[in-house]
Design a protein around this ligand. Structure first.
Ligand SMILES: NC(=O)c1ccc[n+]([C@@H]2O[C@H](COP(=O)([O-])OP(=O)(O)OC[C@H]3O[C@@H](n4cnc5c(N)ncnc54)[C@H](OP(=O)(O)O)[C@@H]3O)[C@@H](O)[C@H]2O)c1
Length: 147
């Protein structure tokens, strides 16, 4: 598994299980000739068109932030047996599916297969400060509001 982040987060990302880490401030992961089965962009900084040549023959590009070119790519590749574009939005799943997802995630966490990373915790009264921090775009993992 290859992860993409900046130099400050290399050790954190390695500790989460990345075998290889690419510093996006120094190297464009789409330009090194390497290809992947899955490219998952969780922060909306790439695009399907940019990543297409870095996908294996049946590779899938997954994003949580769909740009206009992505929606077109998703439509055009939906029936394709080759490279595909896919959108993931857990928030849009039904309540019963989300409940199942949470149980599955709980099992993975208990089995030590995934680890969540909490950057900061804020009490509800400081939600404005929490938003200001998150909107800077450099949080590591996630920010929790304690109710
Ligand atoms: N579809 C859904 O269900 C869903 C759910 C939640 C969020 N979203 C969307 O997902 C996006 C990301 O939100 P977020 O709050 O999780 O994260 P975020 O705060 O926007 O992203 C912060 C992280 O992205 C890293 N980053 C910045 N540029 C990068 C690049 N070129 N390559 C790799 N990493 C890079 C930053 O690292 P550095 O500090 O090193 O720059 C930082 O660790 C938002 O647009 C949000 O709307 C979608």
């Amino acid at each position: 598994m290859t992860a993409v982040c900046s130099a400050a987060n290399v050790e954190l990302v390695r500790s989460l299980g990345a075998h290889k880490v690419i510093d996006y401030t120094k190297e464009d992961f789409t330009g090194n000739g390497q290809t992947y089965d899955i490219i998952f962009d969780a922060v909306g900084k790439s695009s399907f068109s940019r990543c297409k040549s870095s996908l294996n023959q049946k590779g899938v590009y997954v994003t949580s932030v769909p740009a206009p070119d992505f929606l077109l790519g998703m439509l055009l590749t939906s029936k394709s047996k080759g490279k595909k574009a896919a959108f993931v939005a857990p928030g849009l799943r039904s309540s019963s599916d989300k409940a199942k997802d949470l149980v599955f995630l709980k099992e993975l966490i208990e089995a030590g297969k995934i680890r969540s990373v909490i950057d900061r915790r804020y009490p509800l009264e400081e939600i404005v400060e929490a938003h200001i921090y998150v909107e800077k775009g450099h949080k590591k993992g996630n920010v929790v509001i304690t109710v």
